[in-house]
Design a protein around this ligand. Structure first.
Ligand SMILES: [Cu+2]
Length: 205
């Protein structure tokens, strides 16, 4: 039976379209990021950009917060949706003054102390490098994204993205030490129904 005939039979029942809707969000992807020597790269941000369905609000399961603890940014890399407001709670006894010179978000937050918090909005997609005016070696990164399919690699360099629509898209890998323009690498990728995996080798500085 031809597909066209099948559509004619099933369309009035709604079954066919339900089947399409099911298949359209039935793709999952496992990515492993390694360096040139095959050593896993952790805390790389992996994003899959697919043609958007509805522009639903993106909600990640983690907190939109970058704390300062033991004179370090925690977590060191945070993924947020474009337009998010991020909290910067200070959990240290000492005071911090956070800044960014990144094109995507230039700001400076005056000194604030223990158990206080400040917040900042991130309306532009890209990466933001955070520093502290008091502690020179404090480094933190915020990756602002416009796709809900984004996550950080674990200590084995793995990331799992699920619930994606099938079809063509762009896979982006970002890491602060990735040796490429804007520290990111983009590859075309066709998502098939079911699960698939891909290994990506990157060069680090
Ligand atoms: Cu500080």
């Amino acid at each position: 039976m031809s597909l066209r005939r099948l559509v004619q039979i099933l369309a009035p029942t709604g079954i066919f379209f339900a089947a399409i809707a099911q298949a359209a969000s039935d793709s999952s992807l496992r990515v492993q990021v390694t360096d040139e020597n095959g050593v896993p790269v952790r805390d790389a941000v992996v994003e899959m950009h697919v043609p958007s369905r509805k522009s639903d609000t993106i909600r990640f399961p983690w907190r939109m917060a970058m704390a300062q603890k033991n004179e370090q940014f925690t977590p060191g890399t945070l993924i947020v949706a474009k337009g998010s407001t991020v909290a910067f709670p200070n959990l240290d006894r000492v005071r911090h003054s956070i800044y960014s010179f990144s094109k995507t978000a230039r700001f400076e937050i005056d000194l604030y102390g223990r158990d206080q918090s400040r917040s900042q909005q991130f309306p532009i997609v890209g990466s933001v490098k955070l520093g502290c005016n008091i502690h020179d070696d404090m480094r933190g990164y915020i990756r602002v994204t416009d796709t809900p399919f984004a996550a950080k690699t674990d200590h084995n360099g793995y990331v799992d993205l699920a619930g994606m629509p099938t079809g063509g898209g762009q896979l982006t890998i970002w890491h602060p030490r990735l040796r490429a323009p804007a520290n990111e690498l983009t590859q075309a990728l066709v998502l098939r129904t079911g699960s698939q995996s891909r290994k990506v080798k990157v060069r680090l500085r």
